[in-house]
Design a protein around this ligand. Structure first.
Ligand SMILES: Nc1ncnc2c1ncn2[C@@H]1O[C@H](COP(=O)(O)OP(=O)(O)OP(=O)(O)O)[C@@H](O)[C@H]1O
Ligand SMILES: [Mg+2]
Length: 589
């Protein structure tokens, strides 16, 4: 065996393997460098999904000729000098790795000029070779052009997804930078066409408002616990999405992933969020630099807190207290027969224009109650309401069919008498389970029938969602959802699965895209089931829907035909029992 020291170019390519995953990671590093250099404006332009060209222009400090040369050496940085500095980092960069890594897997040109200098410098690096320097006329600031990313690493290039997906990731980087730095003007141009522009504002509130203002009504939540400050702008609970894909987290201005902190956000909402759902919006956590270790992840996408518990509490309580104040008291009495979803009801001046399940949409319980008993209906094997004839569900009495339906409680629960006790069913969870099972069977046997909508539904989507739709249109169609891009920020839904008794095109498409996005970002098995579960959730009876005794009977009978009928597809229990023995004990018999 002979041990050899690796050449610099190879060392950099190895580092690039960790830091530079795709065009978006290049953009992230270069935007962060520009911010560290004090830029007030950053213009990002790409061609060919950022693979052919990625150009970042900033008006920051610029570099002298000497600095511009050494910047391409490994471990060369102006941002830290000592271990002490490493323990309290205020800049994005600190490793001195990004530029040499990017330059080792691309053809890179950097043009830079400090304000005080007459002349600028241009540095050219081809695939990690030695930098070539020449003087050049330039405006103050720095421009970096990265061409033909991964031209010398074919294996990496093969791993890139389609152009729309890469563009989606790039837009996400720009969007995130804009949220993180409201005082910055950011523009994004794709193949010569401007696609996004974030003009500088003076507060986080204004930035949040400008990026979501039209689509989402956000509430400001804020609080301080000890040395931890939390400020968040969050959507109403009924706008929550499956997964954390639309909830952004910043720690000391750095965009990071932290499952615990995101869970703290959801917990701040209490029981009004279904498990697995998160609000849309942004959370800023600020704490002393020494209390956060930022040197834990190759792409700096995670941090480690000295005291994670106190961060969790600060986030959870800040949100809970702010939301509680916004909403006021909740009537928990049983008198409100139709609904109570358990979150702050809207009041005058409530920043949440919250609508409860039962009052939203055309399937509201008062309306259905007024219509009286819904005629029995079954379409494509799916129970959509009404009373079944015994032979449709078979004559054998299964466990559920053996229960006697007594009453609906608070528009949420079905009260049933059983041989051995009182049973309480969660009507939404139960209906969801039934629909899920049918969807899955139909999907697996490729018999998922669709129903054309009389009028196509136009759904507003983000560019990331649209890119995903473009790319996976066929897969989505296989799920019974026919949707197509119809404008710069919208898609039109023309057909939905017949099985769904309700046709909630908009939220359904968004949540399905959210699931597919999570799958694309972090591949895992069972995504199909998650998508089907999402669909079932939207297409089923919800809390707040009035359920007639015929419907309840049909639902019970249908549950007998379902695997794992005791749990909804998300794993929540569908039914709970109180034995007669327990009841007797309680009244002291
Ligand atoms: N846009 C820019 N404007 C001014 N100086 C820059 C710019 N980009 C890079 N530099 C200088 O080049 C140095 C090297 O940049 P590079 O991104 O490789 O490392 P870093 O930012 O210090 O650390 P990290 O690897 O963690 O990003 C920086 O420390 C900075 O001094
Ligand atoms: Mg850097």
């Amino acid at each position: 065996m002979k041990i050899k020291r690796l050449p610099d170019a190879l060392i950099n390519q190895i580092a690039a393997g960790e830091v530079v995953e795709r065009p978006a990671s290049v953009a992230k590093e270069l935007v962060e460098n520009a911010i560290d250099a004090g830029a007030t404006r950053i213009d990002v332009a790409i061609e060919g999904g950022g693979i052919a060209l990625l150009r970042i222009v900033d008006d920051g400090s610029g570099m002298t000729r000497e600095d511009a040369e050494i910047a391409f050496e490994r471990h060369a940085t102006s941002k830290i000098e000592s271990f002490d500095d490493l323990t309290r980092i205020g800049s994005f960069g600190f490793r001195g790795e990004a530029l040499p890594s990017i330059a080792s897997v691309s053809q890179l040109t950097l043009t830079t000029r400090p304000k005080e200098s007459e002349e600028g410098t241009q540095v050219t690096v081809n695939g990690g070779a030695a930098p070539l320097l020449e003087p050049i006329g330039a405006r103050p600031g720095t421009t970096v052009e990265v061409r033909e990313l991964f031209f010398n690493v074919p294996a990496r290039r093969k791993f890139l997804k389609s152009v729309p997906t890469e563009v989606g990731h790039l837009q996400e980087v720009i969007f995130t930078a804009a949220l993180g730095r409201p005082e910055l003007t950011l523009t994004f141009t794709k193949d010569g066409r401007p696609v996004a522009e974030y003009l500088r504002v003076t507060s986080r509130a204004q930035r949040a408002e400008s990026v979501w203002g039209v689509k989402e009504k956000l509430s400001r939540c804020a609080g301080t616990r000890g040395k931890i400050e939390v400020e968040a702008f969050l959507s109403a609970p009924e706008r929550a999405r499956a997964g954390t894909g639309h909830l952004y987290l910043f720690v000391n201005g750095r965009s990071v992933r932290d499952r615990a902190a995101l869970r703290a956000v959801a917990q701040g909402y209490g029981s009004v969020l279904e498990p697995g759902k998160f609000p849309v919006g942004v959370v800023y956590v600020d704490l002393p630099k020494e209390e956060v270790d930022v040197n834990v992840h190759p792409q700096k996408a995670e941090v480690r807190f000295a005291d994670p518990r106190s961060v969790f509490d600060a986030v959870m309580y800040s949100i809970r207290d702010s939301l509680g104040r916004a909403g006021g008291a909740i009537d928990r009495g049983l008198s409100g027969a139709s609904i109570s979803v358990g979150y702050p009801l809207p009041q005058v001046g409530n920043p949440f224009a919250a609508r409860t399940e039962a009052t939203s949409g055309s399937h509201s319980s008062p309306q259905r109650a007024a219509e009286g008993v819904v005629p029995f209906e079954i379409r494509d094997g799916a129970w959509v309401g009404g009373a079944p004839s015994a032979d449709l569900f078979g004559t054998e009495n299964g466990f559920y069919a053996g229960l006697r339906f007594l009453a609906q409680l608070r528009g949420m629960f079905l009260l049933c008498e059983g041989k051995d006790g009182l049973y309480v069913l969660d009507q939404h969870a139960a209906a969801e389970r039934v629909t899920f099972d049918r969807l899955r069977r139909a999907f697996q046997s490729s018999k998922l029938a669709t129903q054309r909508l009389l009028v196509p539904e136009i759904v507003e989507l983000s560019s990331r969602e649209l890119a995903l739709l473009d790319e996976r249109e066929e897969e989505i169609a296989a799920l019974g959802i026919e949707a197509k891009r119809s404008g710069p920020g919208s898609a039109s839904v023309t057909a939905l699965p017949k099985i769904l008794s309700k046709k909630p095109g908009e939220t359904l498409l968004r949540d399905v895209l959210a699931e597919l996005w999570r799958e694309a970002v972090r591949p895992f098995g069972g995504a199909q089931d998650l998508v089907l579960a999402t669909m079932a959730c939207h297409g089923s009876i919800r809390a707040g829907d009035a359920v007639s005794s015929e419907e309840a009977f049909a639902l019970l009978a249908a549950l007998d035909k379902v695997d794992f009928a005791g749990h909804c597809p998300h794993g929540r229990p569908v039914i709970t029992r109180m034995s007669y023995g327990e009841l007797e004990r309680r009244v002291g018999r």
